[in-house]
Design a protein around this ligand. Structure first.
Ligand code: HEC
Ligand SMILES: [Ca+2]
Ligand SMILES: [Ca+2]
Ligand SMILES: [Ca+2]
Ligand SMILES: [Ca+2]
Length: 331
């Protein structure tokens, strides 16, 4: 068919397309939104099915490095073809210096029917860049057309290619999905004992990892570089490193030293108004869940004994200037 005839028919076809629905100009490209599983053959028929090959330049590319994807179509129905290529992730773009290919709705397609090369194939080359590691599926349709300006005398075929984008995985010995940056392995999917996330500051303890809840234990549970930070119960100064300072609940002598708050006497670790209901049975100063550990109880008992001694001393006749305030009713 001569170029002149093609142009005339093309003009008619374009006019028809414009009058029907915007975006439906198929000889000028099409996206998968316009076809289902039967691809281009939802509309094109009457021809012989071509062979379509889809070839990524690498089957295990690195994320961020552009790859070339080639869709090659045989031409049993003439010397022209169109195509559509989509990727399950990443970004398709037009290779610089390539004419007649566009990106529509994230998919690659022809601008006009391309003609075959000396090898009898119509080849479409597109650039694709992975966003991140993991499996990717490319789906392509190639349509061998007779170039008569209508969707008859043509037929298409599909092709699919699965690749996997390589990324770095970090050794995760404690299985908490956070690994250490010092031991890594590259691959498509995580090898056993490895995680895509780094940043574990204790790879022998699954409770310690980025994003874990910071608890009062003197350790940096969330791996942000600071131990026991954050609001109560972990506020620095309220939660003492290594143990939660809780009121025993019976006002058994925790009030000593100076400070402010509702106590008749005040805790060295008093949270101020939080302790206002003192007078026996304080709410915990530091509301830890679970029973306080030995790390709390041993020093607490030592303190208790010391305070009892001190109270006896203060109560001796002649002693006035008490060095600490006592709770009301605790004389
Ligand atoms: C929804 C129906 C429909 C689907 C799906 C469709 N087309 Fe078309 N196509 C048409 C129509 C109608 C024409 C004729 C009007 C025109 O050229 O735009 C056409 C024409 C063409 C032509 C020029 C044909 C010739 O013989 O001159 C090419 C090339 C083409 N389409 C490629 C494709 C490809 C590639 C696909 C699949 C990825 C596809 N089309 C899917 C309706 C469709
Ligand atoms: Ca046709
Ligand atoms: Ca850990
Ligand atoms: Ca921390
Ligand atoms: Ca902690």
């Amino acid at each position: 068919m001569s170029t002149g005839t093609r142009s005339a028919i093309g003009g008619v076809a374009l006019a028809l397309c414009l009058s029907s629905a915007a975006g439906f100009a198929f000889s000028t490209g099409i996206t998968s939104a316009s076809f289902g599983l039967s691809g281009c053959n939802a509309c094109h028929s009457g021809g012989v099915q071509p062979t379509v090959t889809l070839t990524p330049s690498s089957t295990a590319p690195d994320a961020g490095l552009p790859q070339k994807i080639t869709v090659a179509v045989t031409t049993p129905n003439g010397q022209h073809a169109g195509f559509n290529l989509r990727a399950s992730s990443g970004t398709l773009s037009v290779l610089s210096g390539t004419a007649g290919i566009q990106i529509l709705g994230g998919e690659a397609t022809h601008n006009y029917p391309h003609s075959e090369g000396i090898d009898g194939l119509v080849k479409f080359e597109v650039e694709w860049t992975a966003a991140s590691g993991g499996p990717v599926t490319f789906t392509a349709w190639g349509n061998s057309v007779n170039y008569d300006g209508v969707n008859t005398g043509d037929l298409a075929n599909g092709a699919q290619s699965d690749i996997c984008v390589s990324s770095t995985f970090f050794r995760d010995a404690d299985g908490d999905d956070a690994g250490v940056a010092t031991t890594t392995q590259d691959g498509c999917t995580a090898p056993a004992g490895y995680s895509p996330n780094a940043g574990d500051c204790d790879d022998g303890n699954p409770a310690v990892r980025p994003g874990a809840a910071e608890v009062c234990n003197g350790a940096d549970d969330d791996c942000d570089g600071t131990a026991d930070e954050g609001p109560p119960p972990c506020q620095t100064g309220v939660c003492v490193s290594g143990a939660c300072v809780v009121d025993a609940g019976t006002d058994g002598g925790e009030d000593s030293g100076s400070g402010s708050g509702g106590d008749g006497g005040t805790d060295p670790t008093d949270a101020g108004s939080a302790d206002a209901s003192d007078g026996g049975g304080d709410p915990p100063v530091c509301g830890c869940s679970g029973a306080p550990s030995a790390a709390f109880w041993v020093p607490a008992l030592v303190l208790l004994v010391a305070l009892r001694r001190r109270t006896a001393y203060d109560a001796r006749p002649g002693r006035t200037g008490a060095t600490h305030l006592r709770s009301p009713g605790r004389r």
